[in-house]
Each structure stands twice: as structure tokens, then as C-alpha cells.
Design a protein around this ligand. Structure first.
Ligand code: NAD
Length: 253
């Protein structure tokens, strides 16, 4: 129970990778605010954490809305105690060629992924900085799509690349407040909404040294480590949880 009693907030905690992160933090003893725009999903995950013996509270939160994010942090502190951990995970995806992309579609992805990450990290950082002696941990969730060009990934890739630079700047600015900020970049990860066809799946697996898709539990384990006392000196890093995807070049038989 390395996170025993620590209040944690996970955005997008109602499904997929965020659910895996929330459940892992809950299992490690953290008291988790499951913040998601889908209130029912947040309630289900919080109930499942509680049923497993943990502590969790659901909170309908829209990361694109400054007031909603600030309210989620306040709710976490009111219900669970001083915020020690925040995971900026909520995100949406798309795959649209640039020449066909509307301004509103591009802005929507940037708004949820990048601005949502900024608003969450800022609100959490402000709360944590009030008690610098106690320390804090913020983890952002980017993607290997923030590191490699991929067709149709203009908005999504730009949002994730932006998150990685935001993470480095946050790390530098918040370390003096006792807050360690790092990022996790998942590779292809199997979640309920994953709908890759056989060609795409084979292409991804070809690049992955570990020949399987990642799981929300794989990402949750990495986040739990970065938030634990075992991490006292890592700041501003992006940890790829991608089965070697980002390290592979041309594959030879
Ligand atoms: P998902 O769709 O299963 O989960 C995303 C969650 O975010 C949902 O519960 C959704 O309701 C919530 N959400 C969406 N908009 C929101 C908003 N405005 N405010 C609050 N919550 C909102 O997707 P996922 O695959 O679990 O993605 C989680 C994160 O992991 C995203 O940032 C995504 O970019 C990243 N990621 C996923 C993969 C993958 O292969 N699944 C790979 C790399 C990175």
C-alpha cells in the first residue's frame, strides 16, 4: 500500500486507461477522485474500487471547462484530503487528413487533450503548492503519436506533442514546490473503444518488440511507480509504455 491515504485525482477515470490507472492507485491505497465527463462511468469505476476495499469518489468533470476542473480539485480536497496525486489522462482521438480537417475539429482535440491537461495540472499544482513540505506528483498521459508523424494524426499528434513539452515545463516550474511532474506515453493499448482493423493491428505489432497491445494495467503500473515514494528524483521525463514501439526501426527477419 505504497500510496496509503493519499488523495488522488484521475481525469478520464471512467473507462479505458484512466480506469486502469484509477483502479491501480486505489489498490495501492490512494483515495481516488474518479473525474470523468461521463458521470455514470465515473460512478461505476468508483463503486468497483470501493467494492475491492479501496476508497473512491466519482465526480462529473469536463476538463475543457476551467470551473469544472477547479471544482473537481476542490471536491477531492473536501472529500479525500489534501491532494497529493493528479493524473491528466482524459483525452479524445481522431484520424482526419489535414486537408479535410475543419478548424472546429482541430480545436476540439486540442481543447480536450492539451488545454484539458493544462487546466488539470494547473489546478492540481496550485492545490499541492499550498503545502510544499508534503510534496505532490502529477503525471500526464501523452502518446507515441506525440512523437511520430502518423497519417490523420495532425490534431491528436500535435496535442500529445504539446503535452510532452507542457510536462517538461511543469516539471521545471513545480519541482521547487516539492511536486514531481512526469509523463507516460502509451503505445497501442487495448481498450473498449479500440477498433483497429487487421492491417493496422499487424502494422502496430510489427513495430512492437513485445508482441501484444498494451493494457490499462500496464499504464497504471507505470503511473503508480511515478507517484510512489520509490520515485524521489525523476522529473520531466516521458516514460514510454509501448512494448518497444518507439525504439524499433526497420524490422529484419
Ligand atoms: P477512452 O475513450 O477509453 O477513455 C477516455 C475517457 O476520457 C472516457 O472515460 C471519457 O468519458 C473521458 N473524457 C473525454 N472527454 C472528456 C472531458 N472533456 N472531460 C473529462 N473526461 C473526458 O480512451 P483511452 O484509450 O483510455 O484514452 C485515455 C488516454 O490515453 C487519452 O489521453 C489517450 O489519448 C491516451 N492514449 C490512449 C492510447 C490507446 O491506444 N488506447 C494510446 C496512447 C495514448
Amino acid at each position: 500500500m505504497s500510496l496509503a491515504g493519499q488523495a488522488a485525482l484521475v481525469t478520464g477515470g471512467g473507462s479505458g486507461i484512466g480506469e486502469g490507472i484509477a483502479k491501480r492507485l486505489g489498490r495501492d491505497g490512494a483515495a481516488v477522485l474518479v473525474a470523468d465527463i461521463n458521470a455514470e462511468a465515473a460512478e461505476r469505476v468508483a463503486a468497483e474500487i470501493a467494492a475491492a476495499g479501496g476508497t473512491a469518489v466519482p465526480c462529473r468533470t469536463d476538463v475543457t471547462d476551467e470551473a469544472s476542473v477547479d471544482a473537481a480539485v476542490a471536491e477531492a480536497e473536501r472529500r479525500l484530503g489534501r491532494l497529493r496525486i493528479a493524473v491528466c489522462n482524459a483525452g479524445i482521438t481522431d484520424r482526419v487528413p489535414v486537408l479535410e480537417m475543419s478548424l472546429s475539429a482541430f480545436e476540439r482535440v486540442l481543447r480536450v487533450n492539451l488545454i484539458g491537461c493544462f487546466l488539470t495540472a494547473r489546478a492540481a499544482g496550485r492545490a499541492m503548492a499550498k503545502a510544499p513540505g508534503e510534496g505532490g506528483r502529477i503525471v500526464t498521459i501523452s502518446s507515441v503519436s506525440g512523437q511520430f508523424g502518423g497519417t490523420g494524426r495532425a490534431a491528436y499528434g500535435a496535442s500529445k506533442g504539446g503535452i510532452e513539452m507542457l510536462t517538461r515545463v511543469l516539471a521545471v516550474e513545480l519541482a521547487p514546490h516539492g511536486i514531481l511532474v512526469n509523463g507516460v506515453a502509451p503505445g497501442p493499448t487495448q481498450v473498449a473503444r479500440t477498433a483497429h482493423g487487421p492491417r493496422q493491428r499487424a502494422a502496430f505489432l510489427d513495430r512492437m518488440a513485445v508482441k501484444r497491445y498494451g493494457t490499462p494495467e500496464d499504464v497504471g503500473a507505470a503511473v503508480a511507480f511515478l507517484c510512489s515514494g520509490d520515485n524521489a528524483f525523476i522529473a520531466g521525463q516521458i516514460l514510454n509504455v509501448d512494448g518497444g514501439f518507439a525504439s524499433s526501426g526497420v524490422m529484419y527477419d
